[in-house]
Unconditional design. Structure first.
Length: 548
């Protein structure tokens, strides 16, 4: 590390830009913190973790709600457009993360490239989201076990809670291998289900009935939403599918949250990032298209899944298999979804604990959250998530479950807020590069494509979705206090956190010419041991779209 420390003294002279003394020290300390972590995540781990965080109940269960609410074409458009927008978010995170491979993700980038107040606000926004999301996954797993057993749910909440807590406290390599295995299970299930849907659609099911595009013609490609007829009702149904897609894609942005624990992050992160576009279309968009072929939007089981907490029996793939006369699918799907809930809980603890570590590194959270155990894991942060797992027991009581559901609803909006903040931070980073004369394609480890246009377009969409999230409450006869509060309360919360911190700490938005991009570039170029170049792919490896 000595060479890195010495090189920091020459940032201003080498870069030719104004680098504040505090930034020189901060950059040096940031890169020195990496040595305290174990770089146990290999490229295949980080790529599959990026995928595992996005495949879960949102695809296996909630996609059926999208079909019922929006129709097959409406749901397809919602997942397609949202997937394109989210791809831009992942590209932005990948570009910043490959230059600044530190734990915490956008919390670290906001601190350096935008405003420390934004780092504070979004850090606690994401922390709250994960503190509530982890017990949500535990409850989901416990509910799914009821498909086979009627034992008291408290037993399963405790069992899955302990499993989710133990895994993130071990070597990061162990966590990576577990997530790799779970990801392979999910991918195998998705491929199998899509093949099944194609076979059923073509008439290869036990009943021999060919479906084709029958359900796109009757009951139709769109659904009249909220009892509003005509093109407006169809548009609202389609617009609602965007929110189903947001839930399904949530977590995809945290591909760099554990960057400090990744081997060769400046090669691994860009590779994981570049392939996310293919994965979104290969898994999500294709799956929602296939679902729309084999099940009508007015199926009673889909409508029941909207009114109640969805279970395996309301999965559109299960319904399609039952309609085609295939009897063994429900148990298989239920088993894999349980592992998906376990996997999602593990990922959320990993992401949340690293975000807390990143906040503590900048003084936005108590310093205790920086403490690492002998495995290089921020164990105090993990323990905090273990304490909040007890929220899962609220689902056992009827009155408490209402409060717990409100907490869950608020979490969904925090994803949109986080995506919007990532876009804002990246745009400052992008224009900072232009202001300082930095060639993104030559000077950075990796430069995201289609910039800044795709980020501006994504930011516009996220803002529209954020402000229209509770639109149904303004339709006559559809007022819901719960929907209104859960849709909009996150907006004043994030504003209070941001402006409150600015007022208290007297922070300001960094001018473009003083954003320490050139400092990070110099640190990247002056590293003592540069990362090895990846080996060229040969033979069948060229066709591997998951990892390499």
């Amino acid at each position: 590390m000595s060479r890195q420390a010495d090189s920091s003294l020459h940032f201003e002279e080498a870069a030719g830009h104004t680098i504040l003394d505090g930034d020189i020290e901060s950059i040096g300390n940031a890169f020195r913190e990496v040595q305290y972590f174990h770089q146990g995540l290999h490229q295949r781990h980080i790529q599959m973790i990026a995928l595992a965080g996005t495949i879960g109940t949102g695809l296996f269960l909630s996609s059926g709600q999208a079909i019922a609410t929006s129709g097959p074409l409406g749901a397809f458009l919602g997942y397609l457009v949202t997937g394109i927008a989210v791809s831009s978010v992942v590209f932005a995170v990948g570009e910043m993360g490959s230059l600044v491979p530190l734990s915490g993700g956008v919390v670290r980038y906001a601190e350096y490239f935008f405003d420390p107040a934004m780092s504070f606000a979004d850090g606690w926004n994401q922390t709250y989201s994960y503190l509530v999301s982890v017990p949500t996954e535990i409850v989901a797993a416990a509910v799914l076990v009821e498909y086979w057993s009627t034992i008291n749910n408290a037993i399963w909440v405790t069992t899955f809670g302990l499993l989710m807590l133990i895994t993130p406290l071990l070597f990061i390599r162990i966590y990576g291998e577990i997530e790799f295995f779970f990801s392979m299970l999910k991918i195998a299930l998705i491929i199998g289900l899509n093949v099944m849907a194609l076979v059923v659609s073509c008439g290869g099911g036990p009943n021999g009935e060919s479906i084709g595009f029958r359900y796109w013609r009757n009951p139709g490609p769109f659904v009249q939403h909220l009892g509003i007829h005509g093109s407006l009702g169809q548009f609202l149904g389609c617009w609602t599918s965007f929110y189903n897609a947001v839930y399904a894609y949530s977590g995809i942005q945290n591909v760099t949250a554990a960057a400090a624990e990744t081997r060769a992050p400046r090669h691994s992160i860009p590779r994981a990032t570049k392939r996310i576009f293919v994965r979104i279309f290969g898994f999500y968009v294709l799956s929602i298209f296939m679902v729309g072929l084999v099940i009508p939007s007015n199926d009673p089981n889909l409508l029941e899944g909207i009114a109640t907490h969805p279970t395996a029996s309301q999965s559109p793939f299960v319904i399609a298999a039952q309609r085609a006369g295939i009897a063994t699918i429900p148990s298989i799907i239920n088993a894999v979804i349980i592992t998906s809930a376990w996997s999602a809980g593990n990922s959320e603890i990993l992401f949340g604990s690293r975000i807390l570590f990143g906040m503590a590194a900048h003084g936005h959270a108590p310093t205790a959250f920086k403490r690492l155990n002998r495995f290089g894991v921020p164990y105090v942060s993990v323990i905090l998530f273990g304490i909040f797992m007890s929220l899962g027991y609220m689902s056992l009581d009827e009155s408490s479950s209402t409060v717990f559901r409100w907490l869950q609803d608020i979490v969904a909006v925090s994803t949109l807020v986080d995506w919007g903040i990532i876009c804002i931070v990246y745009l400052r980073f992008y224009y900072g590069c232009r202001k300082q004369g930095i060639n993104r394609y030559k000077d950075l480890p990796w430069a995201a494509p289609f910039q800044p246009y795709s980020t501006w377009a994504s930011l516009t969409l996220f803002v529209l979705l954020l402000f229209t999230g509770g639109y149904s409450t303004f339709v006559r006869g559809h007022w819901s206090t719960e929907t209104f509060m859960s849709s909009y309360i996150n907006i004043p919360i994030i504003l209070v956190l941001y402006f409150g911190y600015k007022f208290w700490k007297k922070t300001s938005i960094r001018p473009l010419e003083t954003i320490p991009i050139s400092g990070f570039v110099q640190f990247y170029l002056c590293q003592e041991r540069p990362e090895p170049e990846p080996e060229p792919t040969k033979g069948l490896k060229k066709f591997n779209i998951l990892w390499s």
